[in-house]
Ligand binder design. Sequence first.
Ligand SMILES: [Ca+2]
Ligand SMILES: [Ca+2]
Length: 330
Amino acid sequence: MTNRPRASRGRPAPALTPGGGTRPAAIPRGLAVAGALLALCLPGISAAPEAVQGASPPPGMVWIPAGPVRMGQEGVTVPEHDVQVEGFHIDIHEVSNARYAEFIAAGGYSTETWWHPVGWAWKVEQGVTQPEGWDSEARHGGGVPGHEAFPVNGVSWWEADAYCRWAGRRLPTEVEWEKAAKGGCETHGDLGGCDDADTPTYPWGEGCGGQRANYYLSGDPYERNGWTTPTGYYDGSDRDGFQTIDSPGPYGLYDTSGNVREWCSTRLVPYPYDPGDGREDPPATADECCRVLRGGSWGQNEFGLRCASRSEHVPSHRTGHIGFRCVKSE
Ligand SMILES: [Ca+2]
Ligand SMILES: [Ca+2]
């Protein structure tokens, strides 16, 4: 496997769990600043490796540099706390039906190698051979011609996990997802450390709107007609009379807010985020409660789309609201 998470500098190497979870570390705010300054000042420790990573991400991915993120937001999910995250690549877009179809065509549902043992047992027991709704016109299912650009939906956590493994990737931890969506502490306010400016409500800042993201009755042409919008839809284009506003996050990701909620590797437990307390261990059973979902969907109002919002489901759950994107450590 090539998806080994990167170890934090000066810390023991993280365990690679069967679910592929990384082990980023919660850090005091002051240490985040000190660490950044140390990296800039010490000979032999520079930002150069990060720049190299960012120069050549895998196709369709973007490099998220190492550094802290202010996780949570007052009034949404508390307590706010700063977490150090190692660098990683992440998909710019939600996984589309076209990409997921490649997994199916490659024998994804008949090759045990790509599955966690618990997920494989669930798949066999349930007779699962494709996403729920794959052949549904009303759900923008990927088995219907013309739906290639829409995000895959109706996938369980186990299917999302298997897809990412097949692609040489893994599901993001929820702290990776939140950083990728709203930006790390180097992207807002005081660039030397974390401050109040580092918890924007949405990837583009404050305030939502139907020209920026797909949520419930947000006004897009697919309301009650498949519901999902094509990945990357909100890029400033005029879509047959529906004018969108270009709405990427600080690192260029699209649709983190809205369209489909996105599976994360993490089990939903209270903050502060601690990767060492078992929350990044893969589910022990097919229905173990519960894995984090992020970003809200076409079926929720704008509050569900906030970067700090969390929701959850048992890993075997499949619905048209839910899809995913993958990450890769190096
Ligand atoms: Ca909508
Ligand atoms: Ca999304």
